[in-house]
Design a protein around this ligand. Structure first.
Ligand code: TXA
Ligand code: MG
Length: 338
């Protein structure tokens, strides 16, 4: 199959919409990462998404909508708290897991009776959902196990020849995937995946907000998980990612210099000085900057031929937790402590 490379023009968005209506797969930009879209109601199309990604069938897809009012087409029950959060954070990088309606087949929900719903803010994503008239099921548009793509070229690197089209909308602003939440009861928010919208951002809307412990530590392969995505190793570049928990930059630099060699790189904060003899890439200073750059740098490190990458550890509060979580997962939760 030849993959069409489409641009952010009305004609190309219309072309992408008609491909989706015909059951084809189209990758498209969102403010978080690129998604691999299919009509969420069509079993055959959704099965093709799993096949193109090489994704395990029990890992459910997020359904994307263009208007808050469409939530009732997808969710069978909508608690008050979900409506308050939709008002506050949509369109934006928040996914809410709710009981699903029958129009969403079990293939889409990975066999669960719930469905993740998100209204993205990227204008191209919203135009595509509107024009196609489809609720769009879309996982990140990477091959399973690779870092999520934040440019159309990265989508092509993984998906060329496997999908009908890629719609180019430039570099994604947020850079890490949406915050995924579910509701344990009418007033408790359970964070299943951290994103730019943080625990602190959600706290005014519930009496309790808590982060699932799988965000911080590797869970046993047979453990029962709240979100199937937690079970799978993710987001790793080919290079080995080694986060270093060091008390200061000097001790980080000393460790890296002592372990330098062919293919050894480091991933630093912008404010860090050079480490003589060790090639460096940088991923920003604030959590939002690091989120924006992390997956981009992962792919650039592979392109540069990095084999081992020593990484400065992000913080764990606010939006920084999303960066910490993606880094830990890329590293298989192994940290060098010095
Ligand atoms: O920002 C994003 O969320 C991007 C863009 C394209 O919207 N999408 C994305 O999708 O990251 P994906 O499939 O790569 O990740 C979806 C995550 C998985 O960890 C999955 O297990 C979880 O959401 N999830 C989806 N539906 C769920 C459900 N019904 N219950 C629990 N977890 C669910
Ligand atoms: Mg993904």
């Amino acid at each position: 199959m030849r993959t069409e490379f489409l641009h952010d023009t009305p004609e190309d968005i219309a072309r992408a919409a008609s491909l989706l209506q015909n059951g084809e797969l189209v990758a498209f930009p969102t403010e978080t990462v690129y998604g691999l879209g299919a009509d969420a109601r069509r079993e055959d199309s959704v099965r093709a998404v799993f096949a193109a990604k090489g994704r395990p069938a029990d890992n459910p897809l997020i359904v994307h909508i263009a208007e808050i009012s469409q939530i009732g087409d997808i969710a069978a029950e909508i608690p008050e708290i979900a409506l308050r959060l939709a008002d506050a954070f949509w369109p934006g990088p928040l996914t809410m897991v709710l009981p699903k309606r029958d129009c969403i087949p079990m293939v889409t929900s990975g066999g669960l009776d719930t469905v993740g719903i998100r209204m993205p803010s990227h204008p191209v994503a919203r135009a595509l959902i509107r024009e196609s008239g489809c609720p769009i099921a879309a996982p990140s548009a990477n091959r399973s196990g690779k870092p999520s793509p934040t440019t159309a070229r990265h989508v092509m690197d993984d998906m060329d020849g496997r999908i009908a089209a890629v719609l180019d909308g430039g570099l994604c602003e947020v850079g890490v995937e949406s915050t995924v939440i579910c509701f344990d009861d009418a007033d408790t928010i359970h964070i299943l995946r951290p994103g730019l919208i943080s625990k602190e951002d959600l706290e005014p809307y519930a009496s309790r907000v808590y982060v699932d412990k799988a965000i911080y530590e590797q869970i046993a392969p047979d453990a029962k998980v709240a979100s199937p995505g937690m079970k799978y190793k993710h987001y790793s570049p080919d290079a080995k990612i080694l986060p270093i928990d060091a008390p200061d930059f000097e001790s980080f630099a000393a460790y890296v210099q002592a372990h330098s060699g062919e293919g050894v790189y480091c991933l630093l904060f912008d404010a860090d000085p050079e480490i003589p003899g060790v090639p460096a890439m940088r991923y920003g200073d604030s959590g939002a900057q690091q989120a924006h750059f992390l997956f981009l740098r992962f792919r650039e490190l592979d392109e540069a031929g990095a084999k081992t990458v020593y990484v400065r550890m992000p913080r764990q509060d606010g939006a920084d937790l999303s960066v910490y979580n993606r880094l830990m997962r890329a590293a298989g939760f192994e940290v060098i402590r010095i």
